[in-house]
Design a protein around this ligand. Structure first.
Ligand code: SF4
Length: 414
């Protein structure tokens, strides 16, 4: 079942890029079966009250947000919730994640989010564990939202890039005011004893100009249970800052190695760092649980504000329409998305890797790197990540440290 071009493809007239020519029919005949979606990302609001200059939504290749309604309408919310329930029943799922996302999801307002959460609760089978999360910039986190999240047990993830200097480099208002003070105030309210259990963690996008240790220690100040470090968005065609495609230097790898050593060397675990934990799991032969590393099938789907089904929206950083599908929640079940070549391509493990990654000594751990960062016009997503030297540096370092400690443990030295 080769599908050409379509809404997910490159501009009309250009050759189909991988994985648009992936033959899903042949995959099925070979015994491959899709993995049901377990993570449902609802884009409840498509605009943001900040104007961060690195945002993949607003500042990068795909400007599709301009065509989106500001807020997900109630009929779309209701149909999306029914579709999630339908998918859960069809596949006998016992646990899922629903993530309220944006834009800035809190711009949807307390009452609209209450309707969304109430609808989800009503539609989902009672015996299904639904972990609901919201990913926010933190500036609007006031008592009314916190009471709502407490009532519905919504876990709150906040974007924070470190100290005031580091954070305000990028995370600014349209009038150029930094947002650090507002985010810290929001975090202070979230970490009051009554609400602290709702704190899911911090998401920090790396800037090489920020000192890695100072950044990490600034993040620790609010006591996050988890820290997610994100490499900035970029591809071979639009390289991220400080990354010269093909250059063997590994500036992001060195930055992360410095944080890893500080984190791993702490006398007590101060927080979980998802990327490091996942690489350590992979080093020890376990499967990954995040799309950033490893070869586990990607099991997330996005419902856009207008009800369109999309792939993970970080693909918007690659090119206009990269995350789009021809499907819509009013018309199509989530199952229809599972057989689209771009979705299947994220679920076929090492069959999706570039030749260089297939023979790489850390290929099973790295998994070729974050999918959007593999994009190159002409060959599509079958390339090593543009961060390849950085990933190799970080993974080999962690592997070395883990191997050293496993040997020491075996000898009874620890
Ligand atoms: S380190 Fe580079 S070559 Fe190895 S798997 Fe990752 S992206 Fe591919």
């Amino acid at each position: 079942m080769a599908i050409d071009g379509g809404p997910g493809g490159p501009a009309a007239g250009t050759a189909a890029e991988w994985p648009l020519d992936l033959d899903v029919g042949a995959l099925l005949e070979s015994g491959w079966r899709p993995t049901p979606f377990r993570q449902f990302i609802l884009k409840v609001h498509s605009r943001c009250n900040l104007a961060c200059d690195y945002c993949y939504m607003y500042e990068m290749a795909d400007q599709g947000w301009r065509r989106q309604p500001r807020r997900m309408s109630r009929p779309i919310v209701e149909r999306a919730a029914r579709r999630v329930a339908e998918h859960v029943r069809a596949h006998g799922l016992t646990g899922i994640d629903v993530i309220l996302h944006g834009g800035e999801p809190l711009l949807a307002g307390v009452e609209h989010l209450r309707h969304t959460l109430t609808t989800l609760r009503a539609e989902l089978p009672a015996d299904v564990a639904c972990r609901t999360r919201v990913q926010t910039n933190g500036t609007l986190l006031g008592p009314a939202f916190l009471r709502l999240f407490e009532e519905f047990d919504v876990q709150v993830g906040v974007s924070l890039d470190g100290d005031a200097t580091g954070h305000d480099r990028h995370r600014r208002h349209a009038d150029d005011r930094g947002s650090h003070a507002e985010v810290r105030a929001g975090l202070q309210r979230l970490t009051e004893p009554r609400y602290r259990h709702l704190f899911d963690g911090l998401l920090c996008t790396i800037d090489l100009r920020n000192d890695p240790i100072a950044t990490y220690e600034a993040l620790l100040e609010s006591g996050p249970p988890t820290v997610d470090f994100h490499l900035p968005y970029g591809s071979w065609d639009e390289p991220p800052p400080g990354r010269v495609p093909g250059d063997p230097a590994a500036p992001y790898g060195e930055w992360l190695v410095a944080v890893f050593d500080r984190w791993y060397g702490a006398p007590v675990q101060e927080t979980r760092v998802r990327l490091f934990g996942e690489i350590m799991r992979l080093v020890l032969g376990r499967p990954s649980r995040t799309e950033a590393v490893g070869l586990s099938p990607a099991a997330m789907v996005v419902v856009e504000t207008n009800g369109a089904l999309e792939q993970v929206d970080t693909l918007k950083s690659a090119y206009e329409g990269a995350s789009a599908t021809p499907l819509h929640v009013l018309r199509d079940p989530f199952d229809a998305a599972l057989l689209l070549p771009p979705v299947a391509a994220r679920q076929i493990g090492d069959r999706a890797l570039a030749d260089q990654c297939k023979t790489c000594t850390v290929g099973r751990i790295c998994g070729g790197g974050h999918y959007p960062s593999r994009y190159r016009a002409g060959s599509g997503f079958r390339n090593p990540s543009v961060f390849c030297p950085d990933l190799f540096r970080l993974i080999t370092h962690i592997r070395q440290v883990v191997a050293r400690d496993v040997v020491a443990m075996r000898k009874g030295g620890r």
